[in-house]
Design a protein around this ligand. Structure first.
Ligand code: 5AD
Ligand code: SF4
Length: 437
């Protein structure tokens, strides 16, 4: 039997695309290989949002090149955002790559690979051929959790971001199609759904529908006990979505609300279309509507022209909001984006000092938030053994915090855990004994 190996870079959207790629390769009769060296078909699902994933991918590709030199029969496929960004020169840069495909063109991958996994060299799926992969077979990592794609592409024009260039304009998937997929997943035993879109809460505008309506419809599906979504854009977070979050039992008490910067001046240069005050008003409305809400965010430091004062404003917002967690990034110029052409690039040493200070502020905030949970009881969806201590189990709360705990349950169970300790990223506790019926 021929075997495949898929390596994924980047966001949850890419992780989800990889599940489809794996499912499709299995349908073609290939089995999963444990490593690239053991595989007949090596697939890279790439990301190009910052420089780091580009560099990691380049290192992997060097390894694949050597494997192919030793065994020229190996097929090397490169998909996703980096492939799309470099489509004009990918085969020139890497002549040993056999197949390339952009994000959202997975349905065509099977055609190119052909039955049995032999590749017609040099084909490229373009952005114009994008399709929802909803009907494709899927290889899910966990039987009780699933991602569901609700839209693709992004209509925003954030001046730092490469995504609109590689994922195209926003297209929403029809609600009936999404609900049919959620129904099917619920029948298969899925309890937690994460709705995915580059700008998930602008869902439906092109169809005369809305994200709030979609949340309510998914909430009504029997068996789905937790609904998450990522990532929303603060500019599109309307009252109807806050109301749906508050009223739908299955929608989790968590919002990932990318701030990017706490300075209105920088936000304007980023073309985010909200300022510091409007963001803080939104946080207030969310907190008022949804008691016990966890808030996480994305923040960039060192955007071109960012002054010491601008950066201080970002730290102030972190302290004022009291985030439960944040992904923090050093600005990385992406070729072809508006900000990359700015003459006011911030020196690397300055970026380094700022990111360290920001990480500290985020940790302080997250630790204080997690400590508030100590002594309480959290509902945890069990995911498997703890990564740090094999005698413990690991799972996540509705607020999306990881919990390591002593207990006896199986993955997929929902259990109550008493919290007795906290770090800035995890909680620790003990499962409550089930009360006998
Ligand atoms: N440089 C640094 N961070 C970036 N992000 C997007 N583009 C860039 C860039 N050029 C960050 C944003 C976004 C997250 C997914 O990645 O914070 O929300
Ligand atoms: Fe990376 Fe963005 Fe593409 Fe996701 S959408 S894989 S984060 S470039």
């Amino acid at each position: 039997m021929k075997r495949y190996h898929v390596t994924t870079f980047g966001c949850q959207m890419n992780a989800h695309d990889s599940e489809r790629i794996k499912g499709m390769l299995e349908e073609l009769g290939l089995g999963e290989a444990v490593s690239q060296a053991d595989a007949d078909v090596i697939v890279f699902n790439t990301c190009t949002i910052r420089e780091k994933p580009d560099q990691r991918f380049a290192a992997h590709l060097g390894n694949a090149k050597m494997l192919k030199r030793a065994d020229p029969e190996k097929v090397i496929a490169v998909g996703g955002c980096y492939a799309e960004a470099q489509r004009e020169r990918l085969f020139d840069l890497y002549p040993f790559v056999d197949v390339a495909f952009g994000p959202g063109t997975i349905p065509h991958l099977a055609e190119w690979l052909g039955t049995g996994g032999t590749a017609p060299r040099g084909r490229f799926g373009t952005g114009e051929e994008r399709e929802f992969a909803g009907g494709l077979p899927m290889h899910r990592e966990r039987r009780f959790q699933a991602w569901v794609q609700v839209s693709m592409g992004c209509n925003s024009v954030c001046s730092y971001c490469i995504v609109p260039a590689v994922r195209g304009r926003e297209v929403s998937r029809r609600p009936g199609e999404i609900l049919a997929e959620v129904d099917r997943l619920a029948d298969e035993g899925v309890r937690e759904i994460t709705l995915l879109g580059q700008n998930v809460n602008s869902y439906g505008r092109d169809l005369g529908s809305s994200f709030a309506e979609l949340l309510r419809a998914v909430d009504a599906v029997e068996g789905i006990e937790r609904i998450r979504f990522t990532s929303p854009h603060p500019k599109d977070f309307r009252r109807d979505v806050i109301e749906a979050m508050a009223e739908c039992d299955a929608v989790c008490e968590h919002a990932h609300l990318p701030l990017q910067s706490g300075s209105t001046r920088v936000l304007k240069a980023m073309r985010r279309t909200y300022g510091r005050e409007r963001y803080l008003e939104l946080v207030g409305a969310l907190r008022a509507g949804i008691p016990d809400l966890a808030l996480t965010t994305d923040i960039i430091v060192g955007f071109p022209g960012e002054t010491e004062r601008d950066f201080e404003e970002t730290v102030e917002v972190v302290q004022e909001v009291g985030y439960d967690g944040a992904f923090t990034f050093v600005y990385s110029p992406r070729q072809g984006t508006e900000a990359a052409a700015s003459p006011d690039q911030v020196p690397e040493e300055v970026k380094k000092v700022r990111i360290e200070r920001l990480v500290e502020a985020v940790q302080d905030s997250a630790l204080a938030r997690n400590r508030e949970r100590v002594g309480g009881v959290e509902e945890v969806l069990v995911e498997g053994p703890s990564r740090t201590d094999a005698t413990l189990l690991r799972g996540r709360t509705r607020r999306n915090t990881t919990v390591n705990f002593a207990g006896t349950s199986a993955p997929g169970d929902l259990v109550d855990v008493r919290i007795d300790d906290a770090t800035s990223t995890t909680l620790k506790g003990e499962q409550l004994a089930a009360v006998a019926a």
